[in-house]
Design a protein around this ligand. Sequence first.
Ligand code: DX5
Ligand code: ZN
Length: 219
Amino acid sequence: METEIIPAILVKTKQDLIERINRVENSVSSVHIDVMDNKFVPNKTVGSESFSGLPKGVSYEFHWMVENPQEHIAKTKGPHLHIIHVEAIRDWSAIRKAAKEAGGKLGIAINPSTPLEKLEPYLKGDAGVSRVLVMSVEPGFDGQKYMASVEEKIRRLRMKFPKLHIEVDGGINPATAQSASRAGADKLAAASAIFNASDTRSAVKAIMESAKEGKRKSS
Ligand code: DX5
Ligand code: ZN
């Protein structure tokens, strides 16, 4: 499975969103947009009103840290990956319907303190979930410290689902990328380690190199 580094963008205005996409669009194939409603988490970011007409050269994954994700997904049309939180699922069929009608796909995120068992119903059979996002910080803010304790979850998921895309989000930098990747993650989302760097392309490269090293050590 190819390793992918995905810049994460947590901003409050469309202008900042576009500016950050522009900084990385030539060095990556997808971008992770953090969306918060000040209800599911105590912070608010740009929302679906800002997601039309985004730059076309990359694909987008939306990390929905919101209540009632189906309402937001319905307003975000296009071939995007919608990652919703397992803790926010109230009406799974409404969420699936919204993603399908919007032309997108679904992934599921899980908080550090939520047991893996909560994911089981959504990974069975043809539930249509191709990605699990393992949170390695409490959702809400960028710049937090990576919680290595979630690697046990990554290992268990990887053992059970060899082909599942497992993304890790929170506190990823060249050092933590290596251990997340060694545990079995193939996609790494990172905000601070990329956007606080003056050269985002080299920052992505540094994370990629150490993720690959972690992968070599795991096999
Ligand atoms: C946290 C967000 C993360 C965050 C990552 O709620 O989901 O995507 O922006 O930021 P860093 O890489 O700085 O931990
Ligand atoms: Zn995120």
